[in-house]
Design a protein around this ligand. Structure first.
Ligand SMILES: [Cu+2]
Length: 148
């Protein structure tokens, strides 16, 4: 391999290191503590795209859960139903809120109950095999929002 080829590879690695995952800012990340006897729960966060391009979340994963997916809650004939969301695109400069009653991260087949005060890692899978992992604090209710 020539030195030039190595240089090109190094440049490619450097540019992928500052890829989509650096351009998503996650805040207010929390997971609802599991109700007694339930081994599933939901995670919420605010996700802001600070880049100039669309960023698409293609999946989610969490070590504590056997199955993790993006979900959306909808009201249908006065009944609340949930459906999986295959992917979530966030426009340049846009902030998407995952919150109770709307979009959320569904955690199923948990290996253990999640209790108040714990913290778990949830990873967002992005296009180009990029991913972004973030700590979500476990709480019974959302903490008071910060207003700036
Ligand atoms: Cu759900």
């Amino acid at each position: 391999m020539t030195l030039r080829a190595l240089f090109v590879i190094a440049l490619t690695l450097a540019s992928s290191a500052s890829g989509a995952s650096d351009n998503l800012i996650i805040s207010d990340a929390w997971v609802r503590a599991t109700p007694p006897g339930k081994m599933m729960t939901a995670g919420y966060a605010s996700i802001e795209n600070v880049s100039k391009d669309v960023i698409t979340i293609t999946g989610v994963s969490a070590e504590v859960a056997g199955h993790t997916s993006l979900h959306e809650t909808r009201i249908k004939r006065d009944r609340s139903t949930m459906r999986p969301v295959a992917q979530l695109s966030i426009k340049a400069g846009e902030r998407v809120s995952l919150k109770p009653g709307g979009l959320h991260i569904m955690l199923m087949k948990l290996s253990e109950p999640l209790t108040d005060g714990q913290s778990i890692d949830i990873c967002l899978e992005l296009e180009n095999n990029d991913s972004l992992c973030s700590a979500f604090s476990v709480a019974r209710h959302r903490k008071a929002a910060h207003h700036h």
